[in-house]
Design a binder for this molecule. Structure first.
Ligand SMILES: *Cc1c(COP(=O)(O)O)cnc(C)c1O
Length: 426
C-alpha cells in the first residue's frame, strides 16, 4: 500500500497539475454586469439590479417577497425585529451552528436557548426543542446545516401548537427543498447569506424571504433606515403595523442596504445555481455510495423528505474505533495531506464557542442581572454537538463536489488509504 502523504508519501491528488474546482465561480457575464452598474452611476439604493434580484430570488425560493441586505447575520436580526421578538422573549437555537444564529437573538435583547442536535443530521433535535419550550418562547430558528435539512415537519408542528414564529436559517440551503417546498418558504421568514464561502455569493450579502406582505413591508423598512417601502413590489402592504412614528412614515432602524455591484453578481450567480446544485447533488450521492465501503465513515443522512439537495459542505461522521483508535484530528490532517484541500471540523458548539461570548459586552448586554445570567452559554448541555465537534466531524467545502466522478473516487480512495494505514499514524 502507498505511503501516506502526511508521512512523506505521494498525495492522492497532485493539486498543482490537477487543481480542485475553484470557488467562487464567475465569468464574462459578471464582468459585463459589473461594468453596466459602474457606468450607470447607480451604485446603490433600490436600484434596478437589486429590484431584479429580489424578484428572481423570490421566484426561485417560491415566496411572494424577497429583500436583500448586507449579510446573513443582519437578515436574522431584522427578521427577529420584524416579528417583534425582544426583551423577555426566548428563542430556541441549535447548539451547532455559526455564532450569528444565537448572537442576533442577543442583539435584539432576547434570550437564546441552545438545544442539542441529532447525530444523523446535525440539525436541531425536535424532541429537545419541545422540552425547551416555555411560556416565554417566541420563536424557533432551525438551521439547515451543511448538507442536511432540519426536520421541518416536526418543527412546524411544534410552532403551530405553541403559537411560535419560525425563522429558517438557510445560509447553507439556497435551493434546497423539503417535500417540494424550498428552504426559506416553510417558516415565517427565511434568512440567507451570500458570504464568500456560501454556494450563492457576492462576497457579502443576505436576503430575507417571506410570503407575508406586512412582514415584508416591515423588513424592507428596517433595512432602509426605517423608511416605509418605496418600491413597487410592496405597494398595497397592510398599513396597520402600528409601530411607525408620529407621522406614520418611519420605524427606528439603521442602514443595512446592499450595493448594486453585489446585486449584479447575485443575478448572474443565481442563473448558475440550479446546475451547480444538481452537480453537487449527483456527486454527493455517488460519494455517499462509495463511502459505504469504508467502516467508520457515516455521511449525513439523506432524508427522503428532502426533494432537492443543496450542499454547503460535504460532511460525515468519523468513528475512530474503526480506524484503530486514530483520533479525528489526525484523520483530518492525513486527509488534508492526501487531497490538498482544507478538511475542517464542524462549528464549535455554542456553549463553548470562541466567537460566541455574550459576557464580554456588559454595556450593551447587561440589561439586568437575571438577563446577564440567562445569557451564559455554559448553562446549556449539548452532548451530541460536543461529541461531533471533538470526536467525529469531518467537513469538506462544497467546491469539492463541483468536479467529476473521478474526483469523488479520489476522495473515497484517499479515505480508504488512511483506513488501510491508520496504524502508521498511531
Ligand atoms: C454564514 C452563516 C450565517 C451568517 O451569514 P453572514 O453573511 O456571514 O453574516 C448565519 N448562519 C449560518 C448557519 C451561516 O453559515
Amino acid at each position: 500500500m502507498n505511503k501516506l502523504a502526511i508521512k512523506g508519501g505521494q498525495p492522492q491528488r497532485n493539486t498543482t497539475a490537477n487543481p480542485w474546482p475553484k470557488w467562487p465561480v464567475w465569468g464574462k457575464e459578471e464582468e459585463k454586469a459589473l461594468l453596466e452598474v459602474l457606468n450607470s452611476g447607480v451604485w446603490s439604493y433600490n436600484g434596478p439590479k437589486e429590484t431584479e434580484f429580489n424578484k428572481l430570488f423570490a421566484e426561485f425560493t417560491g415566496v411572494r417577497h424577497s429583500i436583500c441586505t448586507v449579510n446573513g447575520t443582519v437578515t436574522m436580526q431584522l427578521a427577529l425585529e420584524a416579528l417583534g421578538v425582544g426583551l423577555g422573549d426566548e428563542v430556541i437555537v441549535p447548539g451547532l451552528t455559526w455564532q450569528a444564529t444565537a448572537a442576533t437573538v442577543i442583539d435584539v435583547n432576547a434570550t437564546p436557548i441552545l438545544v442539542d442536535v441529532l447525530e444523523d443530521s446535525w440539525c436541531m433535535d425536535p424532541e429537545q426543542v419541545a422540552k425547551a419550550i416555555t411560556p416565554r418562547t417566541k420563536a424557533i430558528i432551525p438551521v439547515h446545516l451543511y448538507g442536511a435539512f432540519a426536520d421541518m415537519d416536526a418543527i412546524m408542528e411544534l410552532a403551530k401548537r405553541h403559537n411560535l414564529f419560525v425563522i429558517e436559517d438557510c445560509a447553507h440551503k439556497h435551493g434546497g427543498e423539503w417535500k417540494g417546498k424550498k428552504a426559506g418558504s416553510i417558516g415565517d421568514v427565511g434568512s440567507f447569506s451570500f458570504q464568500l464561502s456560501k454556494h450563492l455569493t457576492a462576497g457579502e450579502g443576505g436576503s430575507v424571504t417571506t410570503d407575508d406582505l406586512s412582514l415584508a413591508e416591515r423588513l424592507d423598512a428596517l433595512r432602509n433606515v426605517g423608511r416605509r417601502p418605496e418600491g413597487d413590489s410592496l405597494i398595497g402592504a397592510d398599513k396597520g403595523i402600528g409601530d411607525y412614528g408620529d407621522d406614520g412614515n418611519f420605524i427606528q432602524s439603521g442602514n443595512y442596504r446592499i450595493t448594486e455591484f453585489q446585486a449584479a453578481i447575485l443575478v448572474e450567480g443565481l442563473k448558475r445555481l440550479p446546475t451547480q446544485n444538481a452537480t453537487r447533488d449527483a456527486n454527493g450521492a455517488y460519494l455517499n455510495g462509495l463511502l459505504k465501503e469504508t467502516p467508520g465513515i457515516v455521511p449525513l443522512k439523506r432524508d427522503a423528505r428532502e426533494t432537492k439537495k443543496a450542499y454547503f459542505n460535504f460532511a460525515f461522521r468519523y468513528l475512530k474505533n474503526d480506524f484503530r483508535g486514530l483520533p479525528v484530528e489526525k484523520f483530518r490532517s492525513a486527509l488534508e495531506a492526501e487531497l490538498g484541500i482544507v478538511v475542517d471540523a464542524c462549528y464549535e458548539p455554542l456553549n463553548q464557542c470562541s466567537l460566541y461570548v455574550p459576557h464580554t459586552k456588559p454595556a450593551r448586554h447587561k440589561l439586568s442581572d437575571a438577563y446577564w445570567k440567562a445569557l451564559d452559554p455554559k448553562r446549556f448541555s449539548l452532548p451530541v454537538c460536543e461529541r461531533l465537534f471533538k470526536e467525529e466531524s469531518v467537513c469538506l467545502h462544497h467546491k469539492v463536489l463541483m468536479g467529476t466522478k473521478d474526483d469523488m473516487d479520489l476522495i473515497a480512495n484517499a479515505i480508504q488509504k488512511i483506513y488501510q494505514n491508520a496504524g502508521e499514524l498511531m
